[in-house]
Design a protein. Sequence first.
Length: 225
Amino acid sequence: MLIIDFVMVYPLFKRTLGLYLSLYLKEVKGIEKIPKEGPFIIAANHESHIDPFLLGVIVVLNLNKKLYFLTRFGSREGNTGLFSKVTLFFVRPILVNWFGCIPVLKKGGSVEASVSLLKKGGIIGIYPEGRRNPSNTLLEPKTGVAAIALLSKAPVVPIGIIRSHRILPIGAIFPRFTRATIKIGKPITFDNYYGKEKDRNILKKVTNTVMLEIAKLCGKKYVTL
């Protein structure tokens, strides 16, 4: 699967858009816990479409590195309304061609692409819930984060995003000027489970470990798999 670099937009993002988006961050706790070198996976709860941009600010402005996200664009558009389809038509080229998003277009494709990028030293962002969720309870997660972590042997950095849904609520077009808080946890490694990525129970256990940390950071409830 092709992953397109976003060198065209990176300098602009860092100097202008990045500084603008930082205005929407009230507080970032635990920035010192983000690895300074090597590949890693950011796993966070997902409240709003603005989340990847806020997390991108942290990586770009503090590490001077790029952050790549998995995206569902192209996989389930048949379930969206006309407005959403029109929005995706214009937004998808920007996210995929400029920002280096990893499209989820086929079963297993996102895992393969993510592992490949991580082995090259990249940084991946994942929302295990799979979709936006502003409620007080985390959704049942997908186990893709576990498969990617075990296959790539990259550490997982859990992150809790708080109140980003107030900035850009579901259905809103323009952001509101309010601010979110981001809490960053310690990197998690799963040395004891490497080579066991085909064991469904292991995948659930690893996913639960990640989600429980995210739940603590964002202050939401989580029911284990």
